[in-house]
Design a binder for this molecule. Structure first.
Ligand SMILES: Cc1cc2nc3c(=O)[nH]c(=O)nc-3n(C[C@H](O)[C@H](O)[C@H](O)COP(=O)(O)O)c2cc1C
Length: 449
């Protein structure tokens, strides 16, 4: 196949490169090293994958990166869960697993390292630092979750509980900044407080801890995901942070659907960057100017292939794939129903073999690696700054097709029927679901079967 002939950088070479970089960089790699080290600038003008327990699994993060996400956040991991995790590298796939007593609690891959922000749940500066040290070799940045409203988190003083305990919140950020090497960024993700004045006071304290960027989920602790995000409150916060003069990006989070919608969000909020959760859960290619349509046909087979190659837990794969939906162009209702029924009954990858098609997961990984290599973060700025102004032309329609000769289309699979667009989200955890600890994300029981 032509793509295979064209592909010159094999995965083994990629692995070798990443190893040689971490040990003693050759002069050839010096330029790339600069790219790999995130700075405050990398949080500007970006379009990011939000942290999502379960839904933010490794394959989702990699497909998000392939299709335009400039940085990806991992699912929240509670500090204590990481402390005794054993790091293991699969010599064939390169997948790095942090294993708990009986299962992997966090998995990553060297090709996402320059773009990966690891999110911590913590209510203790020392534990946060210890946990960060466990994973620091495999990540680009650490983010503190200050927004999870679930009792699991807040009872332990973590997540949204930190919003009303700014001393503790800031002490964790200060400790992380002091303990991490300069090449690891430290960031925070908060929610709005009910009063704007209190929010600004909190933001001022957080920004003064030395963080590299601040994400604001534009809902308060008591708001649920069905409530509209009050993104109009963000502009004042953005202006406020800008006036502080520390060059820190404020990242908008809440109700942004994708690349096209990011224009609207940025114009209303003035935010430098946007972070997308549920939009990406439905379609991990939403970061692209030309997101895939018919994702069930165009993305799902590739997702199966990569997940199987990675040895990704079937139940979690099934859960993630079951969330896929989006614009359908060539899908009939009958095909949708048939595929949904098949997925619901499937007990493992073997049962979806005909959907996955003949390509291999190794080939998928190579395509993803190639796309990431071609698009280093500094050159992958999401939106021109004109999108921040009212004069910017805002198209009323969303792109529905991928132009020829772009990286977007996944290889087609044979005879793949399609999932419905409108099927419910079986077992989907509520927004800001509690972190499943001990043993974070990767082996939770499927709820969709
Ligand atoms: C399935 C799911 C899991 C989530 N897990 C986390 C998490 O681990 N950490 C976190 O800070 N927020 C988490 N969130 C919240 C999202 O990051 C985001 O703040 C929220 O969904 C609003 O963004 P959206 O409107 O784009 O969905 C989760 C949301 C969903 C839907």
């Amino acid at each position: 196949m032509r793509w295979a002939k064209d592909f010159t950088l094999t995965f083994k070479n990629l692995l070798k490169m990443s190893r040689s970089r971490s040990v003693s960089p050759s002069p050839r790699n010096v330029k790339r090293q600069k790219v790999d080290h995130l700075t405050k600038e990398d949080f500007k003008n970006g379009i990011f994958l939000a942290p999502m327990v379960r839904s933010g699994a490794l394959p989702t993060r990699l497909f998000s990166l392939k299709h335009g996400a400039t940085l990806v956040w991992g699912p929240e991991m509670v500090d204590k869960a990481m402390l005794h995790a054993k790091r293991e590298v699969d010599p064939v796939t390169g997948v790095i697993s942090y294993n708990g007593v009986s299962r992997a609690i966090f998995t990553t891959h060297p090709i996402e390292k320059p773009h990966l922000i690891f999110q911590l749940g913590s209510a203790d500066p020392e534990l946060a630092v210890q946990a960060a040290k466990v994973v620091q070799q495999d990540i680009a940045g650490i983010d503190l979750n200050c927004g999870c409203p679930k009792p699991f988190s807040t009872h332990a003083g973590m997540g949204a509980a930190l919003l009303t305990n700014p001393d503790l919140l800031c002490s964790i950020l200060v400790a992380l900044r002091a303990a991490m090497p300069p090449e690891i960024t430290v960031t925070a993700k908060i929610r709005l407080l009910p009063s704007q004045e209190d929010t600004l006071k909190l933001v001022e304290r957080i920004v003064n801890t030395g963080i590299s960027a601040l994400t604001v989920h534009c809902r308060t602790r008591n708001m649920r995901e069905k409530d509209r995000a009050t993104i109009e409150r963000l502009r004042e916060i953005v202006d406020f942070v800008e006036k502080m003069g520390k060059g820190i990006a404020v990242i908008e989070n809440g109700d942004c659907q994708g690349w096209e919608d990011a224009k609207r969000v940025r114009r209303i909020t003035g935010a430098s960057s946007v972070m997308i959760a549920r939009g990406a859960e439905s379609n991990p290619t939403c970061f692209s100017e030309t997101p895939l349509v018919d994702v069930e046909q165009t993305l799902m087979p590739a997702y199966f292939r990569l997940s199987q190659y990675f040895g990704h837990v079937w139940s979690l794969t099934k859960f993630c794939v079951a969330q896929f939906k989006g614009q359908r162009v060539n899908v009939t209702k009958a095909e949708s129903t048939a595929l949904r029924a098949k997925l619901a009954q499937a007990k493992g990858f073997e049962d979806m073999k005909d959907i996955a098609g003949e390509w291999t997961g190794e080939e998928e990984l190579r395509l993803i690696a190639e796309a990431i290599q071609k698009n280093p973060p500094r050159e992958r700025r999401m939106l021109p700054s004109t999108f921040l102004t009212d004069e910017a032309e805002v198209p009323t329609t969303t792109a529905t097709t991928t132009p020829p000769n772009t990286q977007n289309p996944e290889p087609p699979t044979s005879k793949a029927p399609l999932l419905p667009n409108d099927f419910d989200r079986p077992g989907l955890p509520p927004s800001e679901a509690p972190t499943p600890t001990p043993g974070g994300g990767v082996t939770m029981t499927a709820t969709s079967a």
